[in-house]
Design a protein around this ligand. Structure first.
Ligand SMILES: *Cc1c(COP(=O)(O)O)cnc(C)c1O
Length: 426
């Protein structure tokens, strides 16, 4: 037996060596072809100046971060860490407790053996938080959107989508067979025109609550009126609002003074609420039950891991029982927006902590962001095709984790760099 296995091993090693040799001397034709094709595409991306440079953070996500290859700390003004919970001690502790109690993960999708008591607890908490009938958790909000439209809409139905909706909504809609209509950003009259001419069985209007590149807010009141007038449904993706927008953090509908306006809410647990990961859809119980039965990213992907679920439960506690974080975020946002205005800079958006500092041409936006980085402030420039041509900007995101001094420092740095690069007068 021993000899046999030894012989087998020698044969195996020989085979491996031969494979390696062949790989080195001559690449497989398929891979060679792929490299050639991709080389051209990558060149195109570089030529279009849309190459994504990733900076590597070597610390937790927080008010200050350290970055690989750069000295010192940077004040972070570009995370979705609106409430500063990503590295909040209570949230981190809750994640640790959950890992100890429930393990690292489920090795299963929800319907086989991937549902733990904490998953149900989080779904119940989210239903209560949003005052909806039922909630279904996903691995991400991207998944929630990828699994919504295909599950609920057939060719008899129609979906009406804001032109600036998030990529996950666009992709989710692509997967479904419903009739598809795109209305210009926040254009209610154009939307009404489309709704009036539709004879679809189910009509679904879908919008981001807050649009991430512009910090603009969806016209929830007008959308609700149209939904009622044309017997349509309103779905709101509140990823940039849940937990901090509106007086008690219940999102865009609360901010707009119309709690309950949305029939369906999709949102993320990867931004203000813990910042770890996870997404969900909340709404009518029949819809949620259908999603549990047919929604593909739910049926065919692992249950969210216990530390992530535990972190989100704790983050919801903090969201519900402490208005202080929201107030600090609001005060910081106001301070930043007013300071920038006084400095002669233009900040777009509707009073949201997403503060796009409008620049115009792409190279100038890059120069502004680089100048800020040299001053120890981490911000990022966005240009075409992420935003329209000629509307390049540096997007700032304010957090409750920032101190008043941090915000003032950012405003002063913007003023200095903007003067230096000629964006405002000296
Ligand atoms: C960030 C975002 C998502 C994706 O959320 P994940 O949970 O990170 O997948 C979806 N929709 C909108 C509007 C977002 O801003």
């Amino acid at each position: 037996m021993a000899l046999r296995s030894q012989l087998l091993r020698i044969a195996y090693n020989g085979q491996q060596a031969r494979c390696l040799h062949e790989l080195k001397s001559k690449e497989r034709a398929g891979v060679e072809n792929l490299r050639e094709v991709l080389e051209d595409r990558l060149k195109e991306i570089k030529r279009a100046k849309t190459w994504k440079h990733e900076r590597i953070i070597t610390s937790p996500q927080d008010r200050k971060v350290t970055v690989k290859g750069a000295d010192g700390e940077f004040l972070n003004f570009c995370a979705n860490n609106y409430l500063g919970l990503s590295n909040h001690p209570e949230v981190v502790n809750a994640a640790q407790d959950s890992v100890k109690k429930y393990g690292a993960g489920l090795s299963s999708v929800r319907f086989i053996c991937g549902t733990q008591s904490i998953h149900k607890e989080l779904e119940d908490r989210l239903s209560k938080f949003h005052r909806r009938e039922d909630t279904i958790l996903y691995g991400s909000c991207f998944d929630a959107n990828a699994g919504l439209f295909e599950s609920m809409l057939t060719p008899e139905d129609a979906v009406f989508s804001d032109a600036l909706n998030h990529a996950s909504i666009i992709d989710g809609i692509r997967l479904c067979k419903a009739q598809k209509f795109r209305y210009p950003h926040r254009d209610l009259s154009e939307l009404e025109h489309l709704l009036a001419h539709s004879e679809a069985r189910i009509k679904l209007i879908v919008t981001d609550g807050v649009f991430s590149m512009d910090g603009t807010v969806a016209p929830i009141n007008g959308l609700r009126d149209l939904a009622d007038k044309y017997r349509a449904l309103l779905a709101v993706d509140d990823s940039h609002a849940t937990g901090f927008f509106g007086k008690t953090g219940r999102g865009t509908e609360e901010y707009c003074g119309l709690m309950g306006a949305a029939d369906i809410i999709c949102s993320t647990l990867g931004k203000a609420v813990s910042g770890a990961a996870g997404g969900y859809t909340t709404g009518p119980k029949e819809l949620v039950t259908l999603l549990r039965n047919v929604s593909r990213p739910y049926l065919f992907s692992n249950a969210p891991p216990p530390p992530v679920v535990g972190a989100s439960l704790k983050a919801l506690d903090l969201v519900e029982h402490s208005a202080e974080l929201r107030e600090r975020l609001h005060t910081n946002t106001k301070l930043f927006r007013e300071g920038m205005k006084q400095a002669g800079l233009t900040v777009a958006g509707d009073g949201h902590p997403i503060c796009p500092v409008m620049v115009g041409e792409a190279p100038l936006a890059v120069e502004l962001a680089s100048g800020m980085l040299l001053k120890g402030i981490y911000v990022v420039a966005f240009s075409y095709p992420v935003v329209p041509k000629g509307q390049a900007r540096v997007r700032v995101q304010i957090s409750a984790a920032h101190t008043t001094d941090d915000v003032k420092k950012a405003v002063n740095a913007f003023e200095e760099v903007a003067k230096k690069i000629g964006l405002i007068k000296k």
